[in-house]
Ligand binder design. Structure first.
Ligand SMILES: [Zn+2]
Length: 100
């Protein structure tokens, strides 16, 4: 009896995963194109910081917003992080790990 239940679980898991994969495969092409057109991204070479000063995420993970601070361009993973930074840039700039 246990074997049958186990088999059913394996079958349903396989079914669910294979189903999920095919859905993802179909979806992957469309939403990615749409994301690219709606969500702005910036090249890492454009910004002077190594890390998002608000959340500490490396800018290589993706920059969706930037702000100017003194002579620097600071990249952020999200506009929310930029807003946080701009509330008190002097206190947060050290965490940005500016490049020279
Ligand atoms: Zn962030």
């Amino acid at each position: 009896m246990k074997k049958i239940i186990g088999l059913c679980l394996v079958m349903s898991v396989l079914f669910l995963t294979s189903c999920g994969y095919s859905k993802n495969g179909e979806k992957n092409t469309q939403p990615k194109v749409m994301e690219a057109s709606t969500e702005k991204t910036y090249p890492v070479s454009l910004v002077n910081n190594k890390k998002d000063p608000t959340c500490g995420m490396p800018v290589t993970a993706g920059i969706s917003d930037t702000a100017h601070y003194e002579k620097y361009v600071i990249g952020f993973c999200a506009s929310g992080c930029k807003e946080e930074f701009l509330k008190n840039p002097k206190a947060n700039i050290a965490a940005a790990e500016l490049k020279k």
